[in-house]
Design a protein. Sequence first.
Length: 273
Amino acid sequence: MTSIVANDGTKLHVKDWGTGRPVVLVHGWPLNADSWEYQARPIAEAGYRVVAYDRRGFGRSDQPFQGYDYDTLADDLKAVMEGLALNDAALFGFSMGGGEVARYMSRHSGAGVRQAGLISSVAPYMFKAPDNPDGVDASVFQKMKDGIKADRPGFLQDFFKQFYGTGLLSHPVSDGILHWSWAMAMMASPKATLDCIDAFGKTDFRPDMAAFTMPTLVVHGTGDATVPIDTSGRAAAKAIAQAELKEYDGAPHGLTITNAEQLTQDMLAFLND
């Protein structure tokens, strides 16, 4: 374990496993780097250097009161890339982390990146607007913020059931996974948790898509009730020239767990191309 210091002095907690060509993993909201467990270990065992870090405000990283916009978050990613001298890397972002990948591509010209991946990603644009009719209505994001302000632990318990597609007749993950995810989320700053809803919900990454000039793996579940596939995965694949889209039939948002082996094998196949 190590720490990288961002431009404003924020310390970012970094996990750095294995040796070989770097694979950088950017986690989703409201989790931390540990959420990549079922991909990080086997990818490192396959001969890659796997780097995963806790976003500012989450996990074991510092919790400043500001800096939860995507320009700052992309600068944090740049600090990790430069601090660890990562080059010829594959950069994967899950959910909210896909936004960091997109903004890093445009803001920092994809420096050091050979391949990219968007996994259940929020890019290119989640917010429902006249020119984005398949997006998510503003009331959904406001309801999330209201729920967190009123009862953050209770809201997050319910949130992860949808995240993993758990219902009366569907139990794709164990109670242990639900509790583990909740525990990760509860490590986060309440301010970061709230501010990042606005960041991933309202940031328009459509202008960033042209900066993806490298092979890009796009993976999304057709049953994703958190980040709908039409406004995200399918739209991203259409906008990126060298994109390879893999749709997981019926998979929910949290497919890093529900489809862990399938995703890991698809990532390894992509890395080995």
